[in-house]
Design a protein around this ligand. Structure first.
Ligand SMILES: NC(=O)C1=CN([C@@H]2O[C@H](COP(=O)(O)OP(=O)(O)OC[C@H]3O[C@@H](n4cnc5c(N)ncnc54)[C@H](OP(=O)(O)O)[C@@H]3O)[C@@H](O)[C@H]2O)[C@@H](O)CC1
Ligand SMILES: Nc1ncnc2c1ncn2[C@@H]1O[C@H](COP(=O)(O)OP(=O)(O)OP(=O)(O)O)[C@@H](O)[C@H]1O
Length: 316
């Protein structure tokens, strides 16, 4: 076990040894071979920035390759021209990679994120349902649903398309999205007051949906899995700019995929906590430098440094 340098997110609320699920670089590996290839699905006008943030976060955390999939050619063009994603991200529209091709394509993918900037338009929702249902189920490949992928659209919703889950399924709602999930799936529990009620409701929602995990984002992130409930309230940025949830969702798909591939002990809540803590610590550093001018892209720039500090590479 390496000696970990001091960092704002250490020590974690679980044994330090459980942090040991992040791969080292192996000279014999080839691009994407170490569980470092991801698929991000979303982006509709005017929200293409959200998928750019999420995809860029995966790359900064350590992904070898990330492929962004959008419905429309025009949005794909926007993403290709976006400084955050151009060159590093392969961008497909549904014309270039239609759902019948997704099962083959997704064999090399370690995890999929659906939702950032997707929009709630029925055409986007039903396209994302088709994409979700064409992902081959696998116990080692996670699916993360965020933002508009949590919208209770006409039946079945994207979430309902994936139920009962045949792959590890993680939901990352903000408080508004969480309240919508509760009123849709737990209509008798919609009135809750305290933080502990909220934590109990997270447990009830996770059990009802039978998903692998839920992160309820907020001043304190509440992380709920089958065996564990953790909170993450390490210092973050005081500025609440748009796009921080997108950054978190990109980190979640990377950390959970690595956990499923490399972890030898512990619960997936460890991976969810790491994603939250890295997002907050990156926000704290970006805010320290940029103050009022901080944007999500500044947070993304800090991710690589935080990850290296906690999980240093042992280069020869
Ligand atoms: N650059 C981009 O492309 C970005 C694109 N994005 C994409 O935008 C899409 C819409 O996502 P969204 O979450 O902004 O939903 P939206 O319907 O506007 O919110 C509904 C209303 O809820 C409230 N509210 C929200 N959060 C709250 C909170 N924590 N606590 C309390 N209240 C809260 C608030 O109500 P208000 O305060 O205005 O009354 C708000 O107006 C989605 O696809 C997402 O991925 C974003 O990721 C950002 C960067
Ligand atoms: N009041 C807060 N104080 C500190 N951190 C917060 C606070 N609210 C949210 N966060 C953190 O900010 C990140 C994004 O959460 P937020 O609730 O803003 O997501 P979101 O609404 O989905 O974001 P987006 O703008 O991408 O749609 C999470 O890592 C969460 O831990």
């Amino acid at each position: 076990m390496p000696v970990l340098p001091p960092c704002n997110l250490l020590p974690p609320p679980f044994p330090l040894s459980q942090l040991n699920f992040i791969p080292q670089h192996d000279p014999s590996s080839y691009k994407g071979s170490s569980g470092c290839r991801f698929l991000t699905v979303g982006a509709s006008p005017p929200y293409f920035g959200a998928l750019a943030y999420a995809s860029a976060a995966t790359l900064q955390a350590g992904a070898d390759m990330t492929t962004a999939l959008t419905l429309e050619d025009a949005v794909a063009d926007n993403l290709r021209n976006c400084p955050l994603t151009s060159a590093e991200t392969m961008v497909y529209s549904s014309n270039l990679l239609p759902p019948p091709d997704i099962p083959n394509f997704s064999n090399s993918i370690s995890g999929t994120l659906i939702g950032p900037g997707l929009s709630r338009a029925p055409s986007s929702q039903s396209w994302a349902c088709t994409v979700a249902s064409s992902l081959p189920p696998s116990p080692s490949k996670c699916i993360v649903l965020d933002a508009d992928a949590l919208w209770p659209s006409s039946s079945p919703s994207i979430l309902e398309t994936l139920l009962p889950p045949r792959s590890p399924l993680i939901l990352t709602p903000n408080i508004v999205e969480f309240n919508r999930l509760v009123s849709t799936h737990l209509p008798d529990s919609s009135n809750y007051e305290s933080e502990s009620d909220k934590a109990q409701l997270c447990k009830l929602l996770r059990t009802t949906l039978n998903v692998t995990g839920i992160i309820l984002k907020g001043p304190t992130d509440i992380i709920t899995t089958e065996h564990c409930q953790l909170t993450c309230s390490t210092n973050g940025s005081s500025k609440r700019c748009g796009g921080l949830g997108d950054v978190l969702s990109g980190l979640v798909v990377v950390f959970v995929s690595w956990f499923l591939k490399y972890s030898k002990a512990g619960d997936v809540s460890v991976a969810l906590w790491c994603a939250c803590a890295v997002c907050r610590e990156s926000g704290r550093r970006a805010y320290g430098k940029k103050r009022r001018a901080m944007q999500a892209k500044d947070v993304i720039e800090e991710i690589g440094g935080v990850v290296e500090e906690v999980w240093p590479l042992f280069d020869e």
